[in-house]
Design a binder for this molecule. Structure first.
Ligand code: SAM
Length: 293
């Protein structure tokens, strides 16, 4: 080996290092280029800039407010919001999307990614202060209902929520007594929040296009619910039992909890159907049962 060969050998990068580097780079490259939308994660990515801007306007981020995005995906909404806030926390389950998300957002602001299941997410990690957190998301439609119930469990921490959901679900959220869409979800959500349908979104705004219609809804938790159930777990049980068999009368559904005399005492006709009762009446029933306990 002459002097020059020796010098080159000293500075040469070991082959295994080169191969490893190539492998990592190509893997990131493949992930960045070839992420296939996954049905099981409800991945319908937003591609329409006007719709994205409309949602961001509806969220109206405040610079200092803790803000959490559920399911940021590749960052369609995240990218627009990041420059407007001090910090944005996001919860994304699909780990293959994380490098793509990081890459798309890297120079735009302070992003904290939780690679977690939103159904298990503890919002106390973001803030322990009451009515402080804003939440947004183009939610995975396959888990929207359990996710809304999960959010209701932590509702005292939440200040406002703006979500893209399946239109049919939004119809249930805003439904009033007597409407065919009025059910357990309507009662539980309307007990805790003021609900407003903001606008509908055509399926052409997504890639891939969902087979269902979509809409954006705003939910603002009451600082103090207008009608207060003294026992929340019991309220949950009453509403669950009442809607167990929609076709049956209220009397039939909740007779194990309150008899006809109890209902009549509250001026509630035992023969009406569960979807005819207001949230206030469900609270009345709950508090009457609670008193008897
Ligand atoms: N925000 C992106 C957009 O608008 O283009 C993606 C929205 S896509 C409808 C739903 C996102 O939620 C996907 O990124 C999906 O991976 C994520 N996701 C699905 N299930 C989840 C879960 N249990 N926890 C957190 N994220 C989830």
């Amino acid at each position: 080996m002459n002097f020059f060969d020796f010098e080159r050998a000293q500075h040469a990068v070991p082959l295994h290092f080169v191969i490893k580097k190539l492998f990592i780079t190509s893997r990131v490259f493949i992930v960045l280029e070839k992420h296939r939308p996954r049905k099981r994660f409800g991945q319908n990515f937003l591609k329409d800039d006007r719709v994205i801007d409309h949602i961001v306007d509806a969220v109206a981020p405040e610079f200092e407010d803790p803000l959490v995005e559920i399911g940021p995906g590749k960052g369609a909404l995240t990218k627009k919001i990041l420059p407007l806030v001090k910090r944005l926390d996001v919860v994304e389950l699909d780990r293959d999307l994380i490098p793509l998300l990081e890459n798309n957002c890297k120079t735009l602001g302070n992003l904290k990614i939780y690679q977690e299941d939103a159904l298990q997410f503890n919002f106390q990690k973001i803030s322990k202060k009451k009515h402080s957190i804003r939440v947004l998301g183009n939610l995975p439609y396959n888990i929207s209902t359990p996710l809304l119930f999960h959010l209701l469990e932590q509702i005292t921490l939440i200040k406002e929520m703006v979500f893209m959901l399946q239109k049919e679900l939004v119809d249930r959220l805003v439904a009033k007594p007597g409407n065919k869409n009025y059910g357990r979800l309507s009662v539980m959500v309307q007990y805790y929040c003021e609900v407003e349908l903001l606008f509908e979104v055509p399926s052409s705004a997504f890639s891939p296009k969902p087979k269902v219609e979509s809409a954006v809804v705003k939910l603002v938790p009451f600082e103090k619910p207008p009608y207060q159930a003294k026992n929340k777990a019991l309220f949950d049980e009453v509403v669950r039992e009442a809607f167990k068999h929609r076709r049956k009368t209220l009397h039939n559904n909740i007779k194990s909890l309150l008899n006809d005399t109890g209902l009549i005492r509250l001026s509630i006709d035992p023969k009406i159907r569960p979807e005819q009762l207001t949230v206030a009446q469900y609270v009345q029933i709950t508090n009457a049962i609670n008193k008897e306990k």
